[in-house]
Design a protein around this ligand. Structure first.
Ligand code: SF4
Length: 317
């Protein structure tokens, strides 16, 4: 059995009682659904740097020009910023195989955005902070898709996170990557429709990085490609572009479908455009037609099933 791809997760989201008050923030979607498709790597950075349970609260605080991680009470008594950064650096190095990371929102260590920062002694807070652990991890692993558990309840953000995580995992799984010229070319070709859903020009732009690749410059091209590819993948495909791609896919069946079948597809595309059904609905019907009218090129396109269907925001659990 092949190993599951690995995703890092803030431990408290898995039900571990590691929060400052000995509690947890178990998220059933992560523990019951995500866990079926990914190996979850639990990390509590505050425990890891030696803070026990229970522990005094800590906070982000502006000191001079820098945001520091300090105790909530008596903020000058200790500064945890450097040890937290060092720990994040170790995780970035040790967990090279992670293809995604789900962090706890609002935490001064794990939060990804909008973390409160105390900016003066009157306790006034801005909300533009990033948890020290996650900020350092992101700086060291810029390709790694990182998302907060709360944001995964937004359908578009959830789709985008799993699209990126699964694409990064596919990239990692290319055999013999530093010599596999054909694997590199295939990777680009198999993501054609996913890239087109973000904009045809992205497919062309990345195609220029792939074009004419040789064994001698493969490593260099791979580096530029994957950085730009993951950047493009953060763009959420909009409905109009997705409908264009759906219509393009339907074109593969134009000779074999009856007028009724074609109309059924067009009606579903329209229902998707009007937000009456999710993207998964027309995709399911297209996959059904593909089973009955096989097409090798289309079957290899990840657009038709970018991540396991159970992770879809529209699957009822
Ligand atoms: S938010 Fe992060 S640091 Fe805080 S308890 Fe959860 S895993 Fe630990």
């Amino acid at each position: 059995m092949s190993k599951l791809p690995r995703i890092g997760v803030s431990s408290c989201l898995l039900g571990d009682e590691v929060r400052f008050d000995g509690g947890h923030k178990r998220d059933p979607f992560i523990t019951d659904v995500v866990a079926r498709y990914f190996e979850l790597v639990a990390v509590c950075p505050e425990m890891a740097i030696g803070l026990g349970v229970p522990r005094p609260t800590i906070q982000l605080r502006l000191k001079g020009d820098e945001t520091r991680l300090v105790p909530g009470k008596d903020p000058d008594s200790m500064d945890l910023t450097d040890s937290m950064r060092e720990f994040a650096a170790k995780v970035a190095e040790r967990e090279e195989a992670l293809c995604g990371y789900i962090v706890k929102k609002g935490s001064p260590s794990c939060g990804m955005e909008r973390v409160p920062v105390v900016i003066n002694d009157q306790g006034y807070r801005s909300r533009d902070g990033v948890g020290i652990y996650t900020g350092e991890l992101r700086a060291r692993r810029p390709l790694l898709p990182i998302e907060e558990e709360g944001r995964l309840h937004d359908p578009g953000l959830r789709e985008n996170f799993f699209e990126r995580a699964c694409a990064l995992q596919r990239w990692r799984e290319l055999p013999d990557p530093e010599r596999n010229v054909q694997g590199f070319i295939d990777f680009h070709a198999r993501h054609k429709l996913m890239l087109m859903a973000r904009g045809a020009h992205f497919y062309q732009e990345l195609g220029r990085v792939v074009a004419g690749v040789r064994a001698a410059d493969l490593i260099e091209r791979r580096e530029s490609y994957i950085h730009r590819f993951m950047e493009v993948m953060t763009i959420r495909a909009n409905k109009a572009r997705n409908v264009n791609v759906l219509q393009h896919v339907m074109g593969f069946f134009k000779e074999v479908l009856s007028p009724e079948d074609k109309q059924e597809l067009l009606d579903l595309f329209e229902a998707y455009r009007a937000k009456r059904v999710p993207l998964g609905t027309p995709l399911t019907l297209l996959r059904h037609h593909l089973r009955h009218h096989p097409n090798d090129w289309l079957a290899r396109q990840f657009f038709l099933e970018p991540y396991p269907i159970e992770l879809s925001p529209y699957t009822i659990h």
